[in-house]
Ligand binder design. Sequence first.
Ligand code: N7H
Length: 485
Amino acid sequence: MATSAPKPLDFNNVQGDILLGGLPKKTQTFLFFQIDANRIQEFRKQLTKLVPLITSTAQVIKDRTKIGQNKQAAEDPKTRSNLLVKLSGVNIAFSHTGLVQIGVKDKINDNPFDAGMQAGAKDLGDPGSTSSSGTFSPSWDPEFKKEIHGVLLITGDSHATVHEKLAEVGKIFCLGAHNATIHEIKRAVGDVRPGAEKGHEHFGFLDGISVPAVKDVDKKTNRGQETVRQGIILLGREGDTVQRPSWALDGSFLSFRYLSQLVPEFNGFLKAKAIPGLPPHQGAELLGARLVGRWKSGAPIDVTPTADDPALGLDPTRNNDFSFNSVFPDDQSTQDRCPFAAHVRKTNPRADLNKFGGTEIHRIIRSGIAFGPEVSAEEAKTGKTQHHRGLLFVAYQSNIAQGFQFIQEQWANAPTFPPQKPVQPGFDPIIGQSNDPNLFELSGVDPNNQATQTKLPTQWVVPKGGEYFFTPSITSLKDTFAVSA
Ligand code: N7H
C-alpha cells in the first residue's frame, strides 16, 4: 500500500502500453538491452531526453481517436482510402538487475521480479536440464540467459515507422557506437498477422478479447467483462496491498515471455484426434475450440458449444458474456459446454472460483503480438515446424506472484485446477508446462466421453526466454530513474 493516499490517476503519467488497449500497433519491436557499466551516469542523463518521446496513456487515447476517424473516412465512399495513420509509440521498462545497475535500490517487494524470470523458470515448468551441482538451466535461447537490464517497446503502423523511431531512440543512447550507453542483447519483431488472420495468433484463434476493465479508467464495459481495482494493474493504487517505494506509484510489472508455437504439429493433432461423429474438418475445429475454450472466430464455446458463431466472436458486447455456469448457475460440475482445462477456463475460471474468493487479484492485462512467418506449404504438408514463430507475450500486473506466475504455476500447470470437480481437469493444453510428460493430459475433450483423459503428445507452446520488467510512471522515469544533464 502506498504510505499516503495517492493523487487521482493522471493518464499523462502512465506509460501507454499498460491501459486502454495499449500502444496501437501493426508491428512492434522489443529491444532488450544492457546498460554499460562504465557509462551509467551518462545513460541516466540521456534518459531525460527519452522522456518526451515516451507515449503516455493520454497520447494512446488521442491516437486511437485518430485511428477511429481514419477508419470511418476509409469506409466513406467519398473519402475512401486504405492508408493507415502514421503512428508510433515508445515505452521503456527495467528488470531488477537494471534498477540495481542504475542505483535505484529501494525494495519494490515483488519476489519474482527481484529474482528474475530465469531463477523461477524451473517452477514455471519450463523445459531445461539440471547440472550435477543441482543448478537448473532452462532450454531458452542464449540471449535470454544473459543479464537483461531493460527493454524498449517501439510500436508503429509499419516497419518503416518503427525503424525511424528506433533510429531516433537509438541515437539518444549512441546505440551501436563506441560510446554507446546501452548494448543490444536481443531484438524481437512482432507483426499483426495478414489479411483475415488480423488479430489472430498463430494457431488461428482471435486473441485480445478478454481483458479486465480497470475501475475509473475503462469508462465503457461490456457484458461479462470484469472490472478490477486500479491496484490490480498499477502499483500503489487501490487493491495493491504491498508496501512500495513512492516512485513505484502508477508503474506496472511487465511479464515478458518469448513463446515458440509448433503450429503444424498442433494442426496435425487436431486432424488426427478430431472429435468423432462429425465430418473430419468440423471434428478438428471442435477439438481446437474445446482445447482453447473459444472457436477460432473468438466465439466462446460456453455460449455456443457445438457450432461456431463468427458474429458472436466479433461482437465485444457479447463475446465475454459467459461464466461457465450458464446452464446450472450453482453447479459447474459438467464439461458439456467447456472442458475444465480449456485454456480460457484455466486462465480465468470465472464462476468456478465464486466459492473460492473470486479471480480479481489474479487478473492481468495482456498486450502481446505474434511473431514469425505464416505456415509454409511445406510445413503444412509435412506437419513439421521449419520456421520459428510464436507469441511475444506481454502481461501487465501489480503483483507477479499473483498475476502471470500464479496463472502459469497454480492454474495452467496444476492438474487438479479448477478445484472440486468430479473428474480431474488436467493440464492447460495450450500453455500447461511440466518436466513430467505423464501430466500432459486433460479430461472433457470429447463432450460424449467427459471422464476420459486425453493424452497430449507434446507441448505446442515452448518457452524460449523471458524476463520480468517494471514499467515506471513517466514522472518517476524523469525524477528518479533519469538525472538532469
Ligand atoms: Fe492465452 N491461444 O491462442 O490459444 N489465450 N495464450 N495466455 N490467455 C487467450 O480472450 C494463447 C498465455 C490468458 O479472460 C485466448 O483474448 C496462446 C499465457 C488469459 O477468458 C486465446 C498462447 C498466459 C486469457 C489464447 C497464450 C495466458 C487468455 C482467447 C501462447 C498466462 C483470458 C482470446 C503462445 C500465463 C481468459 C482472449 C479470459 C486468452 C491463446 C499464452 C493467459 C485464443 C497461443 C502464457 C488470462
